[in-house]
Design a protein around this ligand. Structure first.
Ligand SMILES: Nc1nc2c(ncn2[C@@H]2O[C@H](COP(=O)(O)OP(=O)(O)OP(=O)(O)O)[C@@H](O)[C@H]2O)c(=O)[nH]1
Length: 509
């Protein structure tokens, strides 16, 4: 093959591999096609394999594109309807400039799901501006206070029109949440939000729900690497809001102490005034009247103080309940994130063809084993096992047959070793076996048994017997070794095994 062609194949191979990684996680059927395609094209220099992989992926990508487009259209339409609702409100005026800016954003961004949270946030801001700029002057409207997140009096009643708008917004948000493709661990959270949206007659609660919807949208459109960033942003917000609650509680405590001091001072003043009145009194009737007056004032002060205490207590109880639910949500989020991360790490450490731990897992494993072995002075043996003439198997029987052999050989190797021994797919047709804590003789016997077991296993492809053997280079860890020097020696012995006729174990003496 010419160099130019080689380069073209290499470029195509990389493109297919990277594109497939980007598309992963959208559809289970597509995921398995992608995994297969990546396994087929890794290390091959055959342009037909690359072409085949591209063709197998293409229809899925087209379908994925169509699905995304129709989702984006319904998202855009939903936002247009919400905007219409705002414009039709009787007492409120949608600010023209902000409306235009929102429409421009919507026009340019609706197709990119990553921009949905931004669009939602923009809509929330537009709604806030609308509700604060009234056509008619209505002092301290509930909606204005809501979007300014001010405190409200529980007795305030929403107007029927406000209820209608709230219900409409909740309905649209419910549709959006239902349309999201969320990882299974977020389903309960989505259901919770949908339920809250269902009885969402209270505008006060809407900004909180909107924040939750935005974070769900972020999860749905996020790729795994963005997942963590989203989570951290979310966590940050939650922490900020908890901090705010604590500051409020602290302030109200301070407020309470100040009120108590005021009460004490006022009480003291009443007592002093009364004492003075008694000492100065020479007329019983006037004294009675004076004391009665002081008692009435005292009663009033006490009543007001009791009221204030009661109000503060109610607020404290409410803020503790809010804090508790925030902390619960944070714990839930953290647990979801932890399990998603663990799953991603496990996937990144596993070879998809053989299900064996891969090269990354090998490095993670051998480093602590080396430290342990050096400290305990126990043996650590490393054997590099490579299938002989594997290219010939691929060339004769095809890549699928090659893959089958690649899955069967490690099973054979594992059947000849113990539970404590570890096998990794190092790359291509090469496997690394780690045997900890055995004597040199035991190790050598084990590795020889591995080689013999593969040799005597009858492999079949399309009903035809195929002879499969492996060559092994092995050595033991010494005190000056790191994992690279140990591997280099075993690999050199593997080379010698290949050079001296294959199907052999060399080294480890
Ligand atoms: N089917 C399949 N083939 C693979 C995979 N990974 C690597 N290969 C192929 O493995 C072959 C390795 O060939 P070589 O390195 O020349 O080694 P060999 O043919 O085994 O020869 P010796 O090692 O010298 O005995 C290449 O043709 C690769 O394309 C895989 O995941 N599946």
């Amino acid at each position: 093959m010419s160099t130019a062609q080689d380069k073209l194949v290499e470029a195509l191979r990389k493109t297919v591999s990277r594109t497939s990684m980007l598309a992963e996680g959208s559809d289970p059927e597509l995921d398995s096609v992608l995994q297969q395609a990546r396994a087929d094209i890794s290390k091959t220099d055959d342009i037909r394999v690359v072409e085949l992989a591209m063709r197998s992926i293409e229809p899925f990508l087209l379908k994925l594109d169509q699905d995304r487009l129709s989702k984006a259209q319904s998202f855009r339409d939903g936002l247009h309807q919400l905007l219409d609702t705002l414009e039709n409100l009787e007492h409120y005026q949608v600010p023209l400039n902000e409306k235009k800016a929102f429409e421009t954003s919507l026009r340019s961004k609706w197709q990119s799901s990553a921009a949905w949270p931004i669009l939602l946030q923009q809509f929330a801001n537009l709604a806030k501006s609308t509700f604060t700029s009234k056509k008619e002057e209505r002092q301290s409207s509930l909606i204005a206070r809501l979007f300014n997140k001010e405190k409200e009096n529980k007795d305030d009643k929403q107007s029927p029109q406000v209820e209608e708008v709230t219900a409409h917004i909740c309905h649209k948000l419910t549709g959006l949440v239902r349309d999201l493709q969320l990882p299974s661990e977020y389903e309960t959270q989505a259901e919770d939000i949908i339920n809250e949206l269902k009885d969402g007659k209270d505008l006060n609660h809407l900004p909180i729900l909107l924040d939750e919807v935005i974070s769900l949208v972020l999860v749905a459109v996020g790729k795994p690497q963005e997942d963590l960033a989203t989570y951290l942003t979310h966590l940050n917000k939650q922490l900020a809001s908890i901090n705010a609650s604590i500051v409020t509680s602290y302030k109200s405590q301070k407020n309470l102490s100040a009120q108590r001091e005021d009460f004490d001072t006022s009480l003291q003043k009443h007592v002093e005034d009364t004492n003075f009145a008694i000492s100065e009194a020479n007329d019983l009737g006037a004294l009675k009247e004076l004391i009665g007056q002081h008692m009435t004032e005292l009663n009033g002060t006490m009543g007001r103080y009791r009221e204030q205490i009661k109000k503060q207590e109610e607020q404290s109880t409410q803020s503790i309940t809010n804090l508790k639910s925030k902390v619960n949500r944070m714990e839930k989020d953290a647990m979801n994130m932890r399990s998603r991360m663990q799953q991603k790490i496990a996937e990144a450490m596993t070879d998809s063809l053989t299900n064996l731990p891969n090269r990354a897992a090998y490095v993670e494993t051998i480093l602590p084993l080396i430290t342990q072995s050096k400290t305990t002075k126990k043996q650590l043996c490393l054997a590099v096992c490579d299938i002989d003439h594997f290219k010939k198997i691929n060339d004769t029987w095809g890549h699928l047959a090659g893959d089958k052999v690649l899955r069967l050989v490690p099973k054979q190797i594992l059947s000849a070793v113990g539970k404590e021994d570890l096998l990794f797919r190092y790359g291509g047709e090469e496997f690394v076996l780690l045997i900890p804590a055995s004597s040199i003789e035991e190790c050598r016997a084990k590795v020889e048994a591995v080689r013999a077991s593969v040799e005597k296993t009858p492999f079949n492809v399309e009903g035809q017997p195929v002879s499969v053997t492996i060559s092994i280079g092995m050595d033991y860890l010494n005190q000056n070794d790191d994992h690279e020097s140990l591997f280099a020696r075993a690999d050199k012995f593997l080379y010698e095994a290949k050079e001296s006729g294959r199907n052999k174990v060399v080294g480890g003496k």
